[in-house]
Write a protein that binds this ligand. Structure first.
Ligand code: ZN
Length: 99
């Protein structure tokens, strides 16, 4: 996978080949470099690249967070509700069978 340094988008090599953005002989040169710009960004000047990076950071990068405590609390409440439902349905049946 190739990640554009300008706007943090990931490209699969087969996609780059199919769209004729790159050819097979260019792959080694691209792999040898630490940085790479996709065909949409490679011809931008420095100012345009800065603007695209800022635009990408503002609009495209999504932060995902996970609060383990809240998740566990909700899970315990849900499990307790399920256990209560099961017991309240099974207990009368068990009592009825024993009587
Ligand atoms: Zn790009």
């Amino acid at each position: 996978m190739y990640i554009c340094d300008v706007r943090n988008r990931t490209y699969h090599w087969q996609y780059l080949l199919k769209t004729s953005c790159c050819n097979a002989t260019e792959r080694e040169a691209i792999d040898a470099n630490d940085s790479w710009a996709c065909p949409a960004c490679i011809n931008l000047n420095q100012n345009e690249k800065k603007n695209r990076i800022l635009d990408s950071q503002k609009r495209e990068i999504v932060e995902i967070s996970w609060n383990a405590f809240t998740y566990c609390k909700r899970l315990l409440i849900r499990q307790s509700a399920v256990a209560y439902t099961i017991m309240s349905n099974l207990l009368p049946l068990a009592l009825h069978q024993n009587s």
